[in-house]
Design a protein around this ligand. Structure first.
Ligand code: QV4
Ligand code: CA
Length: 476
C-alpha cells in the first residue's frame, strides 16, 4: 500500500542509519516531532550474524527473526515505537527476507542464535535447506530468473513461493505491526518475485488500532528495486502493491548539482525523465548503500561530504512535490565497511547533540538547518503544484508551490539578482535557509513580496548557501 500514514501534513521520513532505539525515541520527542518529520526508517531489527569488526552490513545477514540487534532489543523497540507515535512520528522497518546469512563459521547472532549456513540450516527460525533456492551466484542482471532465484553476494536465497517461508515472513512482519509501526522498506525486493510479494503483502495484518491508526489501514510498503533501465527486472513490476525506491532520482540530481547538466532542465522534473509516477516513488539524494559506493550510482551520488551542493539538492528534493521524500542521516566514515561509532565491546555510542550539532562520530544531516527547514517547507506546501517557474537558461532557477512557498536556487558561478515572481501573497517573509524566525525577528534575509507577487531575490555566487526559500508559515 502506497500511503505512509503520516500524521497531518507531514511529508518526509529520515533514515536514522544504525541509531539505537533509545536514541531514536529521544530524537522523536526532542526534535523530529516538533520539527514536523513524518517518520523514521530504522536499520534492520532482526537478529543478525555477528561479523568480526562489526561492519554495518552485518545487519543485512539475518540469522533469526528475533527482534534484537545492536540498535536494541524488543522492549527497547516497543518503547521507541510508542514514544515516536506519541510525538506524531511514524516508524518504518527495513525488512530483510530475500535471504539469510552467507557462510560463516561459527555463525552466531546478536541474540546468541546459531546456524549452519553452509547447510542452509537456521534452527532459530527455523529454516532448512528445503526453504531455499539452490546455490548459484547472481552474475547476469539481464536474466530476471537468475536475479531472483540465485544468491546475492553469497547470501542464501529464500524461496518465497514456499508456504513455510511465506508464513515465517508474515509472522515476522505482523509481529512488528503489532508493536505499532506504520510500514516497511522491503530490502532486495528486486531479488524476489512480484507474485510472491503480492501474496505475502496481502496476508499482512492491518496497522494497529491501539497504536493510533485508523481501522483497516494497510501497512505502507516501499521496495528496494534498483532499476536504472538496463536490467531484466523492471521497477514497474512492483508498483501494483506498494511504492518503489526511485534510484534514478538521486543519480540525476547528483549530476545536475555537480554541474554536469543545467538546472533549467528540472522544469519538467518527474515527467519524461524515466522516473516512476510520483505516487509510486520514494526518493532520496543518497542512501546507506550508495553514499559509500554500494548499490548503484557510483561517484555521482551526493553525500554529506559534498555539504554545500548536497544541501542544495536536498532543498530541491524537498521543495518539489515529486515522490515521497526520505532524508539520510549518517555517521562519519572513510572506510566504506566501517560500522557506526562503537565501544571496543561493539556497543554503539550515542550521538551527542548540542545546538543541532552531533558529535561522537555522527553527522545528523537531519539536524542541519538548511535541511530541517525544508522539511517544514514541504509540510507547508502540502500538495500544491509547481507554479511560476523561472530560469536564466542555465543554472539559476526558481518556482513556487502554488501560493504557499517559493524557492530560488543559484547553481552558477554568477550572482543571482532580480525581481522574481514568488506566487506568495504580499508581505514580509523570512528566508528559512539563511535564518529563521526567533521571537518575532527573522535572523536571516527578509524578503518583501509586493502586491504583484514579485520580490527582489539575491543569491551571490559565493553565498554560504545557493538556496533561498520562503513560505507562508514564516512571515516576519
Ligand atoms: C562475499 C563475496 C561474494 C561471495 C561471498 C561468499 O563478495 O562474491 O559469494 O562473500 O560468502 C557482504 C559483503 C560481501 C560478501 C557478503 C556475504 O560486502 O562481499 O560476499 O556480505 O558474506 C549489504 C552490503 C553488502 C553485504 C550485504 C550483507 O551492501 O556488501 O555483503 O549487506 O552483509 C544490489 C542489490 C540491492 C542491494 C545492493 C547493495 O540489488 O538489493 O546491491 N541493496 C540491499 C541493501 C544492502 C544490502 C543488501 C541489499 C543485502 O540496501 O545494504 O547489502 O541485504 O544492487
Ligand atoms: Ca531471491
Amino acid at each position: 500500500q502506497k500511503h505512509p500514514y503520516y500524521v497531518d501534513d507531514r511529508g518526509t521520513m529520515v533514515h536514522l542509519f544504525e541509531w539505537k532505539f533509545q536514541d531514536i525515541a529521544r530524537e522523536c520527542e526532542e526534535f523530529l516531532g516538533p520539527m514536523g518529520f513524518g517518520g523514521v526508517q530504522v536499520s534492520p531489527i532482526h537478529e543478525n550474524l555477528i561479523i568480526p569488526g562489526r561492519p554495518w552490513y552485518e545487519r543485512y545477514q539475518p540469522i533469526s527473526m528475533k527482534i534484537h540487534s545492536r540498535s536494541g532489543n524488543v522492549s527497547e523497540f516497543q518503547d521507541m515505537v510508542r514514544r515516536c507515535n506519541a510525538a506524531d512520528v511514524r516508524i518504518y522497518v527495513d525488512v530483510v527476507v530475500n535471504h539469510m546469512t552467507g557462510d560463516a563459521n561459527p555463525a552466531r547472532g546478536v541474540d546468541g542464535s546459531t546456524a549452519e549456513p553452509s547447510l542452509k540450516s537456521y534452527p532459530a527460525v527455523p529454516f532448512t535447506s528445503a526453504d531455499f533456492h539452490r546455490t548459484c551466484a547472481i552474475s547476469n542482471y539481464q536474466n530476471a530468473t537468475e536475479v531472483r532465484d540465485c544468491e546475492l553476494s553469497g547470501l542464501h536465497d529464500l524461496d518465497q513461493s514456499k508456504e513455510h517461508v511465506r508464513a515465517a515472513i508474515v509472522e515476522y512482519m505482523d509481529r512488528i505491526t503489532d508493536l505499532g509501526v506504520a510500514g516497511f522498506r522491503i530490502d532486495a525486493a528486486k531479488h524476489m518475485w512480484p507474485q510472491d510479494l503480492r501474496i505475502i503483502y496481502s496476508r499482512l495484518k492491518n496497522l494497529s488500532v491501539s497504536a493510533g491508526f485508523p481501522r483497516n489501514s494497510r501497512p505502507f510498503i516501499y521496495q528496494e528495486v534498483i532499476d536504472l533501465g538496463n536490467e531484466g527486472v523492471k521497477k514497474a513490476e512492483y508498483t501494483d502493491f506498494g511504492r518503489v525506491i526511485e534510484f534514478n532520482f538521486g543519480i540525476v540530481l547528483g549530476n545536475m548539482f555537480r554541474g554536469l547538466e543545467p538546472l533549467k532542465d528540472l522544469k519538467n522534473w518527474g515527467n519524461g525523465w524515466g522516473l516512476l509516477p510520483s505516487g509510486d516513488a520514494l526518493v532520496m539524494i543518497d542512501n546507506h548503500d550508495n553514499q559509500r559506493g554500494h548499490g548503484a550510482g557510483g561517484a555521482t551520488i551526493l553525500t554529506y561530504k559534498d555539504a554545500r551542493i548536497y544541501k542544495m539538492a536536498t532543498a530541491f528534493e524537498l521543495a518539489h512535490p515529486y515522490g515521497t521524500t526520505r532524508i539520510m542521516s549518517s555517521y562519519s566514515f572513510t572506510d566504506p565497511s566501517v560500522g557506526p561509532p562503537a565501544d571496543s565491546d561493539g556497543t554503539i555510542i550515542s550521538p551527542k547533540i548540542t545546538n543541532n550539532v552531533c558529535t561522537n562520530g555522527w553527522i545528523c544531516e537531519h539536524r542541519w538547518h538548511q535541511i530541517y527547514q525544508m522539511v517544514i517547507f514541504r509540510n507547508v506546501a502540502k500538495r500544491s503544484p509547481v507554479e511560476n517557474w523561472w530560469d536564466n537558461g542555465n543554472n539559476q532557477i526558481s518556482f513556487s508551490r502554488g501560493r504557499l512557498g517559493f524557492i530560488a536556487i543559484n547553481g552558477e558561478t554568477e550572482d543571482l539578482r532580480g525581481n522574481l515572481t514568488t506566487g506568495l501573497p504580499a508581505g514580509k517573509y523570512c528566508d528559512v535557509i539563511s535564518g529563521e524566525v526567533r521571537g518575532n525577528k527573522c535572523t536571516g534575509k527578509t524578503i518583501e513580496v509586493t502586491e504583484n507577487g514579485k520580490a527582489f531575490i539575491e543569491i551571490p555566487a559565493n553565498a554560504d548557501d545557493g538556496v533561498l526559500a520562503i513560505h507562508i508559515g514564516r512571515t516576519s
